[in-house]
Design a protein around this ligand. Structure first.
Ligand SMILES: Nc1ncnc2c1ncn2[C@@H]1O[C@H](COP(=O)(O)OP(=O)(O)OP(=O)(O)O)[C@@H](O)[C@H]1O
Ligand SMILES: [Mg+2]
Length: 277
């Protein structure tokens, strides 16, 4: 599906990503871990062309992503939806409109925000919000919602793009453990139910282990680990984090209790548990 071949990004004399090569050949949920400055965000941002690569190739189903221009590039950006740590919603717009913004790329030009959306768009946005368990918040302004709710709106917006993959850059870094769990559960369910690639930058090892099929570890721009969560030994973690013998995994823990799901499957939709927010 996606192939990285010797992908490098330099900022002046600083090499943020150094000859990264890996393939994702089936829909996987992949966690990218590493300490601050390791190159995780740059790696994700090169995929959807928010950051131009300096050299190397990224192929999606054989197509050269880095050479796409104009409408083809915008189409690609819609195909790989980004979810950000800070949600990136429009605070004063209502929730349902924020979700419908996920459709805008598909309309070509941004005529007027208020007449480009069809009844069909509204229904799809409400369905996406329902899936994330927050349809009841649809008419509120985004800024009125809690952080956890806002991130679920951002994921609903990503779903509206009907993307091939979801790129999530530290989606839970600003959330408390309970909301972090709800957001990670929803990303996992999108991966499993919709068969999408989810690439997710995470600060914490335990989250990567619990939710991801595969973990890529970065250090100083290099990929230093690429394997299954159970291959991620303390030794391997030390290598990724550049830590010595005193390295303690608890230092990278978010304390998400994965034993109890914040989501339950109901009538084919994701619904939050009563205590969700
Ligand atoms: N726009 C930029 N201009 C200059 N240097 C940059 C830019 N973006 C990133 N860098 C540098 O590239 C390196 C990798 O940054 P990146 O943001 O990808 O790291 P990260 O692993 O996402 O870190 P964090 O966990 O703090 O988000 C860092 O040294 C950073 O300072
Ligand atoms: Mg980052």
């Amino acid at each position: 599906m996606i192939q990285f071949q010797d992908v490098t990004k330099t900022f002046g004399s600083r090499t943020a990503v150094n000859r990264a090569s890996f393939n994702i050949d089936r829909p996987q949920m992949v966690g990218i871990i590493g300490r601050s400055g390791a190159g995780k965000s740059t790696l994700l941002r090169m995929i959807n062309r928010l950051t131009p690569a300096t050299s190397g190739q990224i192929l999606f189903e054989g197509r050269d992503i880095l050479s796409l221009r104009g409408g083809m590039m915008r189409r690609w950006q819609r195909d790989c939806a980004m979810v950000f740590q800070q949600f990136n919603l429009v605070p004063r717009l209502d929730v349902v409109t924020n979700v419908m913004l996920g459709r805008l790329n598909g309309h070509g030009t941004l005529k007027s925000l208020f007449n480009v959306f069809s009844a069909d768009d509204v229904n799809s946005a409400l369905a996406a919000l329902d899936r994330l368990g927050i349809a009841q918040e649809a008419t509120k302004r985004a800024e009125e919602l809690s952080g956890g709710q806002q991130q679920r709106v951002a994921i609903a917006r990503a779903l509206m793009q009907d993307p091939h993959m979801i790129l999530a850059d530290e989606p839970i870094a600003s959330l408390d453990p309970m909301n972090a769990k709800i957001v990670m559960d929803s990303l996992r369910q999108i991966h499993e139910r919709d068969n999408k690639i989810v690439l997710c930058n995470l600060h914490t090892l335990d989250t990567a282990r619990s939710y991801c099929d595969r973990v890529i570890g970065m250090r100083d721009g290099f990929i230093v680990f690429d394997g299954k969560p159970d291959e991620l030994t303390t030794e391997a973690a030390r290598e990724i984090y550049g830590a010595d013998e005193s390295f303690n995994e608890a230092a990278t823990s978010t304390a998400i209790d994965t034993g109890q799901s914040g989501f339950k499957e109901s009538a084919g939709a994701m619904a939050p548990a009563a205590a969700a927010v």
